[in-house]
Write a new protein. Structure first.
Length: 481
């Protein structure tokens, strides 16, 4: 028996990763597509929560512990899992056939929007983090405030005119922010299943004050990005010019309504596609960290979110915290990979292997010789050959705080031996604006106040959060203009 369980207004909150905050809401889209029945499926690997509550005696009334009772075996949808795959459905799908129609266009090549189409390959889920979307300083499990942020990537697509491919888009990726529903939404959802046309025999109920489970999803946003492949044979140069000079494709998803079956979730929404009007930035830095290796030598690691027309990097080091006393550790420039999807680099400062504290800066140089500097980050080399690792994870205080936009702050972080984790920065809306992967050891994260797309974050209050193993800790920082 095929039974559909209705949800309403679940925004796939975002095709994003490079553009989480600061999207230009007033930007005129080149295309607006109406998407019906985009499928999220493969819900069987990452468990999120149980449809449980103090008023529903499934096992223990705890939404964040996995129930394993006969009732859960009888009603497996009481376990809620994340979708591992988002895709256009295949022809013949009995639960929903993906249909995409252009409902608005703002291009010089045609006035017949019905001739414009878009297709894309499946998106894979690449990460999932459960977070507090209301107050990041609180534990993420706080009822009524909990949710998750999922990243999907590895897709490409084509925009067509009259069935002829005009734009080939690569590196399509997005981020879904999903607030978990409220008790009232759960109550309405369960009562809906009990009535017409389903008459599903559910022998339980939820109180309206309970705050987890199925139902309506509100207050989500949807932003994303891709890149026009100007060298692809299916890309028309005249169409590609609409996205010059960066060729970045901005995507915004609006008015999303979702419904779920026992196996998949289907999303209806409007998808706006526009050109990135921001100037080309040679490099967007994601992270710059320092640690000590097993040989008692400082190791510098940095990751970029994007690189364009970048010549390379220099590493500067000093025994003092002033950059004017630093020496160039890389007489030969470290060549850039110039990938708009970003890259990762590592450099060992073997010259600084005696006990002491050292400071390091990173210089990026573009093709015309213009430099940008990042850091400093610092690291302490001990007088032992084996660097000590923290016995617990901890989050230090940012300095300076408040700090002015355009400068940088240092965030000390320790990750317990054997653990790995992530430092994330959120705005007051619960949107993640920056993140830094971390391995075991002591680190100093340098953040320049830019989000993952290289745009300056607005002035205001932000929260920085360490998630490492079972340890979660948050603190507050302030940006001033």
């Amino acid at each position: 028996m095929n039974i559909k369980l209705s949800f309403s207004k679940q925004l796939i909150s975002a095709m994003m990763l490079v553009l989480m905050a600061g999207f230009l809401a007033a930007q005129t889209p080149l295309f607006t597509f109406e998407v019906d029945d985009l499928e999220g499926t493969n819900r069987n690997t990452v468990w999120l929560f149980d449809f449980d509550s103090p008023s529903f005696a499934t096992h223990d009334g705890n939404w964040y512990t996995f129930g394993n009772t006969p009732l859960y075996n009888a009603y497996p949808f009481l376990h809620y899992y994340a979708e591992d795959l988002v895709r256009m459905t295949q022809p013949g799908n009995s639960e929903g056939q993906t249909v995409i129609s252009c409902v608005q266009e703002n291009i010089p090549f045609t006035d017949d929007m019905t001739q414009i189409g878009i297709t894309f390959t499946p998106f894979d889920r690449t990460s999932l983090t459960q977070v507090n979307l209301v107050n990041p300083a609180n534990p993420w499990q706080t009822h009524g405030e909990s949710g998750d942020i999922r990243t999907y990537a590895n897709s490409s697509g084509d925009i067509t005119l009259g069935g002829v491919k005009k734009l080939h888009i690569i590196n399509m990726q997005y981020e879904i922010t999903t607030p978990y529903p409220s008790g009232q939404e759960i109550h309405d959802y369960v009562e809906h299943l009990k009535g017409a046309p389903y008459f599903y025999p559910i022998p339980f109920t939820w109180n309206t004050g309970d705050n987890i489970g199925p139902g309506t999803f509100y207050q989500q946003t949807g932003l994303g990005t891709g890149l026009v492949d100007v060298n692809h044979p299916d890309t028309d140069p005249d169409w590609a010019a609409l996205f010059a000079p960066s060729y970045v494709v901005n995507i915004r998803m609006l008015e999303i309504v979702s419904r779920t079956t026992l196996n998949s979730t289907y999303h209806d929404f409007l998808m706006e596609i526009s050109a990135d009007t921001e100037p080309n930035v040679p490099v967007v830095m994601s992270s710059f960290t320092a640690s000590v290796n097993a040989e008692n030598q400082p190791v510098l690691n940095w990751t970029t979110a994007s690189e364009n027309d970048l010549m390379g990097f220099r590493v500067l080091g000093s025994t003092a915290s002033a950059m004017n006393e630093a020496i160039n550790l890389t007489p030969v420039l470290i060549p850039a990979q110039n990938c708009n999807c970003g890259a990762s680099y590592s450099f060992t400062a073997w010259e600084f292997n005696t006990p002491g504290t050292y400071w390091f800066w990173l210089e990026s140089m573009d093709m015309v010789g213009t430099s940008d500097f990042f850091g400093p980050v610092s690291v302490t080399v001990s007088d032992t050959q084996t660097p000590s690792l923290p016995d617990r994870s901890s989050l230090g205080s940012v300095y300076p705080n408040p700090f002015q936009s355009g400068t940088a702050v240092s965030i000390p972080v320790e990750v317990k031996a054997g653990d790995s984790g992530e430092l994330s920065i959120y705005n007051l809306s619960g949107q993640r604006v920056a993140s830094f992967p971390l391995q075991q050891g002591s680190h100093t994260i340098s953040w320049n106040g830019l989000d993952t797309s290289g745009k300056s974050c607005a002035s205001g209050i932000y929260f920085y959060r360490l998630s490492a193993g079972n340890h979660q800790e948050s603190k507050k920082l302030i940006i001033l203009k």
